[in-house]
Design a binder for this molecule. Structure first.
Ligand code: MD3
Ligand code: FE
Length: 213
């Protein structure tokens, strides 16, 4: 039984949190996925490591844009202009993604970074706050493609109560205001819930401003 059909999922009420359910139709989702594959040909997915411990993430990542978010044992979390393994500059952000930002972000400048998170069955993203961007006020825009994900969001302290919701393929989430500083993560990806990705799994794009304009 899904969280939604159990009716345990109330609408998330956090200032600045906007869940645009089914925002992208199937055609646009397919087009976005093609763009992702184009980016990944030039900037392959890699598995980042946690700062200090060097423990591997369970999800795979890549980026497009002037800056990309990376993490490794010694350098920690940061933005840089090139792929950590190929050392090549990140590919440009595809127009289709810039258009989504233009429609939903309500921000005067385009995103500088697009992080691509790739989830296979059994992977997750632990609770964290996105705090590596000098630009603290621009929203983050998230695009979900592929299998359903169980997403949680809490408050600005790790111990704050968490609310859960399902992110589906084609959903767009806009994180502005207080929501931008909230703890959040992906608990699990639900296998067999979407046909979009040939092998199953989920891809999430996050579009961000990094530098203060
Ligand atoms: C809430 N990604 O890349 S997207 C991340 O599905 C990240 O891959 C998740 O958390 C994913 O940092 C969640 C939705 C999202 C993105 C940024 C947020 C939710 C957020 C920033 C603040 C609060
Ligand atoms: Fe995050």
């Amino acid at each position: 039984m899904s969280l939604r059909s159990q009716n345990k999922v109330a609408r998330i009420m956090i200032e600045g949190f906007q869940h645009l359910e089914g925002y992208l139709d199937l055609d646009v989702q397919r087009r976005c996925l093609e763009m992702v594959h184009g980016v990944l040909e030039k900037a392959p997915l890699y598995r980042p490591r946690m700062p200090r411990s060097g423990k591997l993430f369970s999800i795979l990542m890549s980026n497009c844009g002037d800056l990309g978010w990376v993490s490794d044992k010694d350098g920690g979390y940061r933005y840089q202009s090139f792929h950590p393994e190929t050392r090549e500059p990140w590919p440009a952000i595809p127009l289709a993604f810039l258009e989504i930002w233009g429609k939903v972000a309500d921000w005067p400048t385009p995103p500088e970074a697009c992080l691509i998170n790739s989830y296979s069955e059994g992977t997750k993203l632990g609770s964290h706050v996105d705090a590596d961007e000098p630009e603290k006020y621009a929203p983050v825009v998230s695009v979900s493609l592929g299998d359903d994900a169980v997403f949680h969001v809490g408050g600005s302290n790790r111990a704050d109560p968490k609310q859960r919701l399902i992110l589906k393929s084609g959903d767009v989430v806009v994180l502005g205001g207080a929501a931008r500083r909230a703890y959040h993560g992906i608990d699990q990806v639900v296998p067999g819930t979407s046909d979009l990705l040939p092998g199953g799994g989920r891809i999430n794009l996050t579009l961000r401003r990094v530098t203060v304009a």
